[in-house]
Design a protein around this ligand. Structure first.
Ligand code: ATP
Length: 320
């Protein structure tokens, strides 16, 4: 990705949002380049929506500022609104209008809207063009919301948790649409708490937790930062009944296994991150046999963004 300053379409600098004494977003800064799909990934309440809405100009920051397409949201909000497209939540669509009517209604708000028919085709809604919004499935409503967000051919498209609540097939369809927009060079900022979604769709990912950025890089570099390609996960169900010093003893023993770079322990589940899966597995079996340790739920897998998040925060992306 180029770092040419002329290619920067979003600048977020030190964004802060407070609700009373609670700091929902605490000094968030990043830049997004033209043509980039930029992901805000974090668990519920991490501050993703608040960050996006400050950039969209929908929420006023208590600190810092955001510039979109060269326009500061606090100085030139009208200009910002002209260059962005924001996916509205499906509940805010007009349920009684037909699909093509609603797109045409939004198109009428702009001087140079994109034609309705190709938009319907791109969003795989051509067969639903005469259906009322209230009869659409969740996935179809989300695709309609994206169609509406694209109606002014925006410089930046914002998608806030676009696949939350969708079934796996509808999610895949939506991924394909985002990937096609990416191919066409559209700049997209999307928030999600699904790490697989962020990995598949995003050029760079801003990992957020408790209002702050914990890491920002390409998905590949984030996973590489663990310095271990594979994870071996298992449970020692009896372990949490034992004393801390016993747990520490095994922790130290696992740490000394061949290839192990780091260990995460959450309740009774251990994750050994390794640079040499085969050597680690063999040593693990030898150690647990020797120590007469009964493990369950053993699985090996490649390291993921979830592992990066756990390693950095001590918590899972999936935790509420
Ligand atoms: P989610 O996936 O649940 O939407 P998120 O990462 O988008 O999570 P935000 O919606 O930005 O998180 O919320 C960040 C924090 O700010 C949360 O703790 C939320 O409860 C709080 N918050 C958001 N909006 C308000 C508000 N209007 N008043 C008070 N607290 C708020």
């Amino acid at each position: 990705m180029t770092t040419d300053r002329n290619d920067i379409v979003i600048e977020a600098k030190g964004l802060v949002k407070k609700y009373g004494s609670f700091i929902a977003v605490n000094g968030v800064s990043f830049e997004v380049s033209k043509g980039e799909v930029f992901g805000l990934l974090g668990p519920n309440g991490a501050g993703k929506t608040t960050t996006m809405e400050m950039i969209e100009g929908l929420r006023k920051p208590d600190g810092g500022h955001a510039v979109v397409g060269g326009f500061d949201t606090q100085v030139a909000l009208k200009k910002v609104k002209e260059v962005i497209g924001v996916q509205l939540q499906s509940t805010s669509l007009f349920e009684l209008l037909k699909v093509y009517e609603i797109i045409q209604m939004y198109a009428s708000f702009y001087p140079n809207p994109v034609p309705t028919e190709p938009l319907l085709t791109d969003m795989i809604l051509q067969e639903k063009r005469n259906d009322r919004v209230k009869h659409l499935s969740g996935g179809q409503k989300q695709r309609l919301a994206i169609a509406i967000a694209l109606v002014n051919d925006p410089l930046v498209l914002f998608l806030d948790e676009p696949t939350t609540g969708l079934d796996p097939q509808a999610r895949r369809t939506l991924w394909d649409i985002v990937l096609r927009l990416k191919e066409q060079g559209k700049t997209i900022v999307l928030s999600t708490h699904y790490m697989d979604e962020a990995h598949v769709l995003c050029d760079r990912i801003c990992l957020m937790d408790q209002g702050k950025i914990v890491a920002l890089d390409t998905p590949e570099n984030l996973v590489r930062s663990l310095q271990s390609d594979n994870a071996i996960e298992f449970r020692l169900p009896d372990m949490d009944l034992k004393l801390d010093h016993v747990q520490q003893e095994f922790y130290d023993k696992f740490q000394s296994i061949d290839g192990v770079k780091q260990i995460d322990l959450r309740k009774d589940t251990y994750v050994l991150y390794t640079s040499d899966l085969q050597a680690t597995l063999l040593s693990f079996i030898a150690l647990t046999t020797e120590e007469k340790l009964t493990f369950t739920d053993l699985q090996t897998r490649t390291s993921t963004l979830e592992d990066v998040f756990i390693h950095m925060t001590g918590r899972s992306l999936r935790e509420e």
